[in-house]
Structure formats: structure tokens, C-alpha cells
Design a protein around this ligand. Structure first.
Ligand SMILES: [Zn+2]
Ligand SMILES: [Zn+2]
Length: 344
């Protein structure tokens, strides 16, 4: 089958084609796994973290991609949850041990044996993949393949972030960074919390305008002061300045939820601007979002189908994965980017 391979860590400031086009043997499903013929795979900022070595793969080469939509075309021994021909999705969580205390409480995102799709196991930048059937999800019929793909990471992790933000209808929510995940959170909030005003912090004028188009009450630059203090802020940026600025804008008792698997170190010095009374005192909380649990993906898909939440997306052929990644790196973002595997 054809695939785009990550063969080593790359520095994207110098190298614009980190993935190699290749033909590799078709995968074979192990017991309780399904074989999926992939039709679409979303492109996520976490792929940049893998490529640049901030969250490196366990082994090379690896096929990246963890927002996968396709059709079941084979089943391993004992796999019975899906029929051949069923449309399924795969997200960031590829597997967990299933027996530890975290797994037993539905917190398999925190399992010490957590394995990530497209990093610790081959993912969706290819024609086929295998996945444990427990970690495959039915895709509601209202979505096309390309619409469903970004829901599986950006959407599901956005859903987890919003759960952790614990806002009530009418409380003010900030979103700092306005990429694939944040724009889906904004759509979710408009549906679930109709009286909540959303304040969007983004560097680009285009992103700010896009946020207003989608119903943000206010949009400004990262260091602008919003017209009111915020009960919670969800940060989806790869850097530190927005963290400090968000803490400043929090209401007393407010929560900052950091939805980023890694932060880049370019502006780490900005943390020295932290002043305890201004940024932390008055019972402000900070919590990170780690991975995603099965519950987040299945609940979010259901919610997204009800609303329905349709992501804005741009399609690229699989072979142009490098271009899609570089556009993400250079923050040429409007909604989500999706690779298509149309030609076999
Ligand atoms: Zn992702
Ligand atoms: Zn576990």
C-alpha cells in the first residue's frame, strides 16, 4: 500500500519535506483488531510535535496521522464489534492496558501504557491501518469522511477541554489560539451554552474575523485586554505568551485549560512575566489536557451529529501531506486540513 513515512526527526525551519512517499506491505489485523481502508485523515499540530521531536515516535519509520476515517475491510481473530463495510473512525488513543486504575475509571487517556495512533503505532497517512476494535468508533451518517476526520482529534480533544473548563451557561469563555480545535469548541459552545459569550485571542486578523463570523462576542490579539474578565480560558497555542496573558484575564476562581501536548521553547522566557498577585492569586486554576479518552470521542461524535457541528476544512491529496504540514507550521490556517486517499 502507499503511505507517507516519518523516518527521522526533522527541523522544519530547514527541511520542508519531512515525510517520504513510500510503498509498504499491507498491515494484517492482530486478534481483536480491525483492518481499515482509509479514505480521509486529518492533519494535526501534534504531527509537527512528532516530526520536530517534542513528542517523538517510539520507533522509525512510522506512518503518522490520528484523525482517521475509513471502512472496515478485515477483522482479526475474535473481533466482532464491526462488520466488513462499516464506516469507522480512529482518534489519538490507539490503545491502553484496559486493567489499570485509570483505565477502570474511564481515564484511559492517563494510562501508563497509553499508545498514540500515528506515533506509537502506524496511523492514517496511508491507504490502510489496523486498530484494536475497542478504539474504533462508528461515524454518524450525517458527516462526509472529510468532515468527520477533524472531529476525531480537534473535536474530541476540544470536547474534553470544554468538559475540564467546567463552565455554566452564561459564564464567559476565552479561547486563546483559533485553529481546528478552538473553532469546533466555539461551535459546541454556541449550541450547549447559548448565553455564554466567547472571547477569542488570535494573532492574525483573518483568524479574528473568522472567529467573529462563527459567533465570537469579541476577538483580539493575544495581548489585548478583553472587555470583561473570563471564567475560563482554553489555550490551544504551542507557546507560552498566551498562557501568561490568559491568566491575567481570568476572573477570580477562574480556570485555564491548556490543550497542548507540548509547548515550544521559543518564548519560554515570557513566563518570567508571571506576577503572583496578577496572574495566579484569587484561586485561579491551571489544568492541562492529556490525550483523549474513548468516552470523549464517542460522546463528541454524538453531540456533533445532533447539532450538527461541521468543521471547516481544506482537502489535500495524501501525496501533499508535506505541504499541508508546512502550512500548519506557518499558521496558514482556516479550519482543519484533511488528506484524501482517493486513488488506490
Ligand atoms: Zn491531534
Ligand atoms: Zn491502563
Amino acid at each position: 500500500m502507499k503511505a507517507m513515512l516519518l523516518e527521522r526527526i526533522a527541523d522544519l525551519r530547514r527541511e520542508r519535506e519531512p515525510l517520504t512517499k513510500a510503498t509498504v506491505p499491507d498491515p494484517v489485523p492482530a486478534p481483536r483488531e480491525v483492518l481499515v481502508r482509509i479514505s480521509a485523515c486529518g492533519v494535526c499540530h501534534t504531527e509537527l510535535d512528532e516530526i520536530e521531536g517534542r513528542t517523538p515516535p517510539l520507533r522509525f519509520p512510522v506512518i503518522p496521522g490520528h484523525q482517521v476515517v475509513g471502512t472496515v475491510v478485515g477483522r482479526g481473530e475474535g473481533a466482532g464489534a464491526f462488520q466488513t463495510g462499516d464506516r469507522v473512525g480512529v482518534g489519538w488513543i490507539f490503545s491502553s492496558c484496559g486493567t489499570c486504575g485509570f483505565c477502570r475509571r474511564g481515564l484511559e487517556n492517563l494510562c501508563p501504557e497509553f499508545k498514540a495512533t500515528g506515533r506509537d503505532a502506524n496511523g492514517g497517512y496511508g491507504a490502510l491501518m489496523t486498530v484494536p476494535e475497542r478504539f474504533a468508533y462508528r461515524i454518524p451518517s450525517v458527516f462526509s469522511d472529510s468532515e468527520a476526520a477533524p472531529l476525531l482529534c480537534a473535536g474530541a480533544i476540544g470536547y474534553r477541554s470544554l468538559r475540564l473548563a467546567r463552565i455554566e451557561d452564561g459564564e464567559r469563555l476565552g479561547l486563546t489560539g483559533f485553529g481546528a480545535s478552538a473553532h469546533l469548541v466555539l461551535k459546541m459552545v454556541r449550541h450547549r451554552y447559548p448565553n455564554t459569550d466567547v472571547f477569542v485571542f488570535a494573532r492574525g486578523k483573518r483568524e479574528q474575523a473568522f472567529a467573529r463570523e462563527l459567533g465570537a462576542a469579541w476577538a483580539g490579539d493575544t495581548d489585548e485586554t478583553p472587555p470583561a474578565k473570563l471564567h475560563a480560558v482554553i489555550d490551544t497555542t504551542p507557546v507560552y505568551k498566551p498562557v501568561v496573558e490568559a491568566l491575567k484575564n481570568l476572573e477570580s476562581g477562574g480556570r485555564l485549560i491548556i490543550n497542548a501536548i507540548r509547548k515550544e521553547s521559543v518564548d519560554r522566557d515570557y513566563l518570567l512575566n508571571l506576577e503572583y498577585p496578577k496572574h495566579l492569586w484569587m484561586e485561579k486554576e491551571i489544568k492541562s489536557v492529556a490525550n483523549v479518552a474513548r468516552r470523549d470521542i464517542s460522546e463528541f461524535l454524538e453531540l456533533a451529529a445532533q447539532v450538527p457541528i461541521r468543521p471547516e476544512y481544506q482537502e489535500f491529496p495524501l501525496e501533499e501531506a508535506n505541504r499541508a504540514l508546512m502550512e500548519l507550521k506557518e499558521r496558514k490556517i482556516r479550519g482543519a486540513k484533511v488528506l484524501r486517499m482517493d486513488d488506490p
